[in-house]
Design a protein around this ligand. Structure first.
Ligand SMILES: Cc1ncc(COP(=O)(O)O)c(C=O)c1O
Length: 379
């Protein structure tokens, strides 16, 4: 058998990681300003993370949801405190798409309605419903096509109002900051209008926090910035720092029943230990304020660089829009200057998603390499 070839890859084999740094099979060192798609939150191989996983592995790796697993309640409590949603309920699964799939299903069960509103340039994952509400026809297979997904232009208040007037809406799903689309932020009045219309029409507000959550924006949820509370928050990526885990935080007014949602692996002992370690380090090392501070320094320095049209985002979820396609720049940063960065559907946008634990000297290292690479490209 060989690997099903769906990923275009760089010719690099990372073998070891520590903090914001990665070493490849040839011993070359890289600065990780991408965190493997925003997954590395507390840094590669954080000692507390490794220790907690190791200790748990020696005791018990897995048992199914047919027994009591106290680690789940411990995680629910710690996440509830960290995210300031102590009265919410936690459902655990294994990935971001699965979290969104469950959130959408939950909204339909709860409201007994079928239609969902999502937005252009959004991304919600690749399972059946998650892909149907994602604005990228290339990844929607014929079997995923459904009349129940209504994709509206972001920030179009008129279209939002009209759709709520015309259709029976179960939920609105929206990222706090759009990631893959190119780091676009909804306006404050748009987010608040979604909240208002959901309340008036009995629909659920689903905050997709898979990429923009876990403190990355400087707030625990990027949606917090808009001074609203969602009915459902979906999480994955950063909450496990590389250990696969997905989570759905559900407001107290939504009631569960046995069998409503489920998963074999969701909430297993090892995944809980990983997410607990992340939550503990986030708190102990003040990583949300570090994200805010380092993000502000990056924005300030980058906005005056040559060819930069705009710097978007908050905290350590940033998009730099250049006046040219970033393909060559991204390649040069990686191969010549040893810096991992990300791309976006908007081909002029360089996406920065470093670990939330980055230090000043790493910010300076990045800025120095970006400056040099830009000067070389400009010549
Ligand atoms: C906003 C958002 N939602 C959902 C997903 C899907 O997560 P996963 O790849 O863990 O299924 C992603 C992945 O990039 C994402 O960025």
């Amino acid at each position: 058998m060989k690997i099903f070839d769906v990923y275009p890859v760089y010719d690099i084999q990372p073998q070891r990681g520590e903090g914001t740094w990665i070493w490849d099979s040839k011993g070359k060192k890289y600065l990780d300003f991408y965190g493997g798609h925003a997954v590395i939150s507390i840094g590669h191989s954080h000692p507390h993370f490794l220790q907690r996983l190791h200790r748990q592995m020696q005791k018990m790796v897995f048992y199914s949801n047919a027994i009591i697993n106290p680690l789940q309640s411990e995680l629910a409590e710690k996440l509830g405190d960290l995210a300031d949603i102590p009265d919410y309920q936690l459902f655990l699964c294994n990935s971001g798409a699965e979290a969104n799939e469950n959130a959408l299903k939950l909204a339909s069960f709860h409201t007994k309605k079928k239609k969902v509103i999502s937005f252009t340039k959004g991304f919600h994952g690749r399972t059946s419903l998650a892909v149907a509400v994602t604005d990228n026809t290339k990844i929607i297979a014929p079997i995923n096509e459904t009349e129940n997904a209504i994709i509206l232009p972001l920030n179009d208040e008129k279209a939002l109002r009209e759709t709520f007037d015309k259709e029976e809406i179960a939920a609105v799903i929206i990222e706090g900051i759009q990631g893959i689309g190119g780091i676009y932020e909804p306006s404050k009045s748009f987010m608040q209008l979604i909240r208002k219309l959901c309340d008036e029409h009995g629909a659920l507000f689903i905050a997709d926090s898979v990429q923009c959550g876990c403190g990355r924006s400087g707030d625990y949820f990027a949606h917090d910035f808009y001074q609203i509370k969602a009915d459902v928050y979906t999480m994955a990526k950063g909450i496990g720092n590389g250990f696969p885990i997905g989570a759905v935080a559900i407001a107290p007014h939504i009631k569960p029943w046995y069998g409503m949602l489920g998963s074999t692996f969701g909430g297993n002992h090892l995944a809980c230990a990983a997410a607990l370690a992340v939550a503990e380090v986030m708190r102990q090392e003040n990583l949300m304020s570090n994200a805010k501070e380092k993000g502000a320094a990056l924005i300030e320095a980058i906005k005056s660089m040559p060819h930069v049209k705009e710097v978007r985002g908050r905290g350590l979820m940033l998009g730099i829009e250049f006046d040219f396609s970033i393909k060559e720049l991204r390649n040069a940063l990686l191969k010549e200057y040893g810096v991992f960065t990300g791309s976006a559907s908007n081909t002029n946008v360089l996406r920065l998603l470093p670990p939330l634990s980055i230090k000043k000297k790493e910010v300076d290292f990045f800025l120095d390499k970006l400056n040099i690479a830009l000067q070389k490209i400009a010549k």
